[in-house]
Design a protein around this ligand. Structure first.
Ligand code: MN
Ligand code: MN
Length: 290
């Protein structure tokens, strides 16, 4: 159930309206990394989440993002205001001025309509949490860039508030992922091909006209990786020997989604057992608390 409270989460004040900046701010209203996208992504993930505890997290943050949409919308409206009556201001964004009457509309800073294609919802909690951590990072950097393009103190302060909350959310999503107690690179139930999974392929070789050659760093030897060279350069290349999919071999969490397809009745059994165990445990806890 949703309930609207007639109060902004953060009170917005603007010294001088800047219609061009208002247009830039639309990026966080109806853009790919904006507040509506965040609100919808987390809320719909929450609707799908089987775990009551992490569902609560997704609904908490999804709902806060809706409040952010309201805050950034209020800020945008203050900046767009002159568009309603000044020709020069209207020229900052004819679409907003003429089609939208100078109000906020669900589009990005270039007038592209908001689309559900922005959302990353897989139905796998660990995968969704990773998407959310990345989404928060994108939202943070967009706010930072917006702050850098305004001198208005009130706008800077409102954007600083919104930017900060994204880092708070990133911390919560990261803690939630860690609380699933899965190995860092375990996704799903199928084991990746041994050997091949450790091979970092040196796919960009040679020396550029500026003298840049190959670089090596943690990315090609950390986390159990080692570099392999392309066979045309005399290397061993990737190990492409066939390896049969082995479901049910990855370390899963009771909070992982149950597998789909032909594995639901086979390899999914282990995970179903984990789910059942956890459900029993939760019921026992609830009974004890009564
Ligand atoms: Mn937000
Ligand atoms: Mn956020």
């Amino acid at each position: 159930m949703y309930h609207h409270v007639k109060k902004l989460m953060y009170t917005v004040e603007v010294g001088e309206s800047d219609p061009k900046f208002g247009k830039m701010l639309l990026e966080q209203f109806g853009g790919a990394n904006g507040e509506l996208a965040a609100a919808m992504q987390y809320s719909i993930q929450g609707f799908n989440c089987e775990d009551a505890a992490r569902k609560d997290l997704l609904m908490d943050i999804g709902t806060e993002e809706l409040s952010h949409l309201e805050v950034v919308g209020a800020l945008i409206r203050l900046h767009l205001k002159p568009m309603k009556h000044e020709r020069e201001a209207a020229e900052a964004d004819p679409l907003v001025a003429i089609a939208g009457g100078g109000g906020v509309c669900l589009q990005d800073s270039m007038g592209n309509a908001w689309t559900a294609d922005y959302l990353k919802i897989t139905g796998d909690l660990a995968v969704d949490l990773r998407s959310n951590i990345a989404a928060e990072a994108r939202a943070k950097i967009v706010y930072e860039r917006l702050i850098a393009f305004t001198q208005d103190k009130g706008s800077q302060e409102a954007l600083q508030f919104l930017m900060t909350r994204e880092i708070t959310h990133m911390r919560a999503f990261t803690a939630a992922l860690e609380s699933m107690e899965k190995p860092q690179f375990a996704v799903g139930i199928f084991k990746p091909t041994p050997g091949l999974v450790d091979q970092y392929f040196n796919g960009s070789t040679g020396v550029s006209q500026y003298g840049d050659g190959d670089f090596s760093g943690q990315w090609n030897r950390g986390n159990g990786l080692h570099t392999v060279e392309f066979e045309r350069n005399g290397g061993e290349s990737l190990d492409v020997r066939p390896y049969a999919p082995e479901p049910g071999t990855e370390v899963t969490s009771p909070l992982d989604s149950t597998p789909v397809g032909q594995w639901t009745n086979g390899a999914g059994e282990k995970q179903q057992r984990l789910h059942d165990q956890q459900k029993k445990h939760r019921m026992k806890e609830a009974a004890a608390a009564m």
